[in-house]
Each structure stands twice: as structure tokens, then as C-alpha cells.
Design a protein around this ligand. Structure first.
Ligand code: IPE
Ligand code: IPE
Ligand code: MG
Length: 253
């Protein structure tokens, strides 16, 4: 595979300090559209190009995983026509992604409750997951109808079911057991969580998984998010000192 040149922003950042798993709350599509006096849907459509740019970076730099928050459990409270148009857009994008899964050896995973997804969307999700199931390249994880609290409830239910059936001893449940029942079972936790659009909140995203994830909020609206913005977030991450509750080497001396 041809080596892609490292962008200038990351040139002085050792590769081992790059985040390997980046999660993104892709927010600000509506505001982007409003700034241009366009319908909100135009913002969502323009956001698709930002997804494309991020996926290219993930592939070019050989990162392990990107997890994108596309539609939350709470987003069902939006007007029905926005929801319908968003679902149509996802369906089309899922079909378009298929080429990437094959050409880039990528894996596709969908997280979120599936029962409420329109059948046409679910069909493409399942096709993409099947297509990339054995692939060993970058992981593209898409959160649609995702809610962190709902995910934790679903995991608790699944454990309770097994305990009630007598196949699981409650005393053996530890963090690893619990994590294995989340939608993200088998995945590493994100190293870096980026939120565009400037809001300082996590909006029910990956509540369990981001315990020690580094947070980065930018005012840039999602459709305006450029590769350079991602490099900047990565470089910022590289300067952080992750202590996981311990002490830094300086403190120990
Ligand atoms: C994020 O953009 C995309 C979704 C939640 C589907 P918004 O639609 O929330 O955009 P703003 O926050 O209104 O600008
Ligand atoms: C978070 O954005 C969800 C997604 C980006 C999919 P929202 O726009 O729904 O979040 P709030 O309502 O501002 O918290
Ligand atoms: Mg928003």
C-alpha cells in the first residue's frame, strides 16, 4: 500500500500519539443551512461531504476506527418530514458506502436500537455489515437511533434475562461482562470524541464508552468540517496527558 504523506499539522506528532479510535458528534447541520437561508435538509446533505472527508483521513492515515453519531434516540422528536428525509439520506449513503467496504477492506458496524429503523434502512445496514464482516481494515461505526442510556438498559436486560434463566451467576458480572452486552461489544473505547457545532454536551452518546475519552469541541459546523479541522483535533489530542486516574510520571518522581 502506498504511504500517504503525513499532513503538516501532524508532521511533528509521533504516530503513536495519534488517536486510533475517533468518535464524532456531527452537529450543526441545521445552523449551517439557516446561515444560508436553505432548508435544514440541505445542511444534512452537505454534511455527507464532511463524512466523506473524515473517512478518507481515516483510510489515508491508517486509523483503526471512526464512530459517527448520525441520529439519536431523541431525534425522533423532530418533525416527521425531517426524519423521513434523513432516513432516505441514510439509505442512499449506506448503498454508496458499499464501494468503500470492498475497496478499502473496511468493516461496517451499526449501533443503536434496530427495531424502530425503517425496513429499507435496516436492509442496507445488514447488507453492509455482512459485506464487511471479515474485513480487517478501518472500522466505520455508525450510530443511528442510538442512545447511550437505552444501550445500558438493553445490556442490563440481556444480563437479567440470562440470570433469570439460570445461565449467568450475577456475582460474576464485571465491567468486561457488561461491556460485552453493549452494542459496541468487542470494540475499543474511543480515544478522542469530537463535537462540532460548539455545544458542550454529550447528548446521550456512548455514555459507558467515553469514561476516559479525551473531549474536543469545535465551533465549526459539521458541513464546514475540513480535513484540516480533524488534523487539528488529532494534534490537540496528542498534547494531552491521559492519566486514567493515576499520576503523571512527573508526579511520581
Ligand atoms: C446534527 O445536526 C444532525 C442530526 C442531529 C441528525 P442538527 O440537525 O442537530 O443541526 P443543528 O444543531 O440544528 O444546527
Ligand atoms: C446530537 O445532536 C445528535 C447527533 C449529532 C446525531 P442534537 O442536535 O440532537 O443534540 P442536542 O439536541 O443539541 O443536545
Ligand atoms: Mg443539533
Amino acid at each position: 500500500m502506498a504511504e500517504t504523506p503525513v499532513p503538516a499539522t501532524l508532521a511533528d506528532v509521533p504516530r503513536e500519539r495519534w488517536p486510533q479510535h475517533i468518535a464524532i458528534i456531527m452537529d450543526g447541520n441545521g445552523r449551517w443551512a439557516r446561515q444560508r437561508r436553505l432548508p435544514r435538509m440541505e445542511g444534512h446533505r452537505a454534511g455527507r461531504d464532511s463524512v466523506e472527508r473524515v473517512l478518507e483521513v481515516v483510510e489515508d492515515l491508517g486509523l483503526k476506527q471512526v464512530t459517527l453519531y448520525a441520529f439519536s434516540h431523541e431525534n425522533w422528536s423532530r418533525p416527521q418530514d425531517e426524519i423521513d428525509s434523513l432516513m432516505k439520506l441514510y439509505r442512499r449513503n449506506l448503498v454508496a458506502e458499499r464501494r468503500r467496504i470492498t475497496e478499502k477492506n473496511a468493516r461496517f458496524i451499526n449501533i443503536g436500537r434496530r427495531d424502530k429503523l425503517p425496513a429499507a434502512v435496516l436492509k442496507e445496514v445488514e447488507t453492509n455489515e455482512r459485506l464487511g464482516a471479515e474485513n480487517t481494515g478501518p472500522v466505520l461505526c455508525l450510530a443511528v437511533n442510538y442512545g447511550g442510556r437505552q444501550e445500558i438498559v438493553d445490556a442490563a436486560r440481556s444480563l437479567a434475562r440470562d440470570a433469570a434463566a439460570g445461565t449467568l451467576d450475577p456475582e460474576t458480572i464485571d465491567e468486561a461482562t457488561f461491556a460485552s452486552r453493549l452494542y459496541t461489544a468487542g470494540q475499543s473505547d474511543p480515544d478522542l470524541l469530537i463535537r462540532t457545532g460548539g455545544e458542550m454536551r454529550v447528548s446521550n452518546f456512548l455514555l459507558w464508552q467515553i469514561s476516559y475519552t479525551e473531549l474536543y469541541v469545535t465551533d465549526v459546523l459539521w458541513p464546514d468540517f475540513q480535513k484540516e479541522d480533524l488534523y487539528r483535533a488529532m494534534a490537540d489530542y496528542a498534547r494531552r496527558q491521559r492519566r486514567f486516574g493515576g499520576l503523571s510520571p512527573d508526579d511520581v518522581r
